[in-house]
Design a protein around this ligand. Structure first.
Ligand code: NI
Length: 138
């Protein structure tokens, strides 16, 4: 970890009060910890925008009775085997499955994969969690 540096921030009282509420609501130990998290979240957003190497998770909810859909999702993942790190399948109930697909690769490719998975007919919900390889967050 790099050396800690202190610096001051000028902030309106109202905004600071709202920030303190956020710090408390989310259970941060200090303003600094909350602020570091906000900075890292912005850096991750920028990683995704800039199109470099990212990591994340694609989540899908779908009806498992539709075998054509299940096969299609598997085909798409096989075609993108370089991006897919692992897939976890959870049987939510009698009808529904949740799939969590861990991905790593270029942001553009990961987005394209997520779009092609969630646009398959019968997928009830699809989302992408934009995480980071962590290399630039130290
Ligand atoms: Ni299932």
């Amino acid at each position: 970890m790099s050396r800690l540096v202190r610096f001051g921030i000028s902030l309106g009282e109202d905004l600071l009060a709202r920030f303190d509420e956020l710090v408390a609501a989310r259970g941060y130990a200090s303003r600094s910890e909350a602020f570091r998290d906000l900075i890292r979240a912005s850096l991750v957003e920028e990683e995704w925008r800039a199109g470099g190497e990212v990591a994340g998770a694609i989540t899908l909810v779908y009806d498992h009775h539709r075998k054509d859909l299940v096969n299609r999702l598997a085909d798409i993942q096989h075609d993108a085997h370089g991006l897919v790190v692992s897939t976890q399948h959870i049987h939510l109930d009698h009808d529904h499955c949740l799939e969590i697909i861990a991905v790593r690769g270029r942001a553009k490719d990961v987005r394209r994969l997520a779009d092609s998975l969630r646009s398959v007919k019968g997928v009830l919900q699809g989302a992408i969690n934009m995480a980071s390889t962590g290399k630039k967050l130290g």
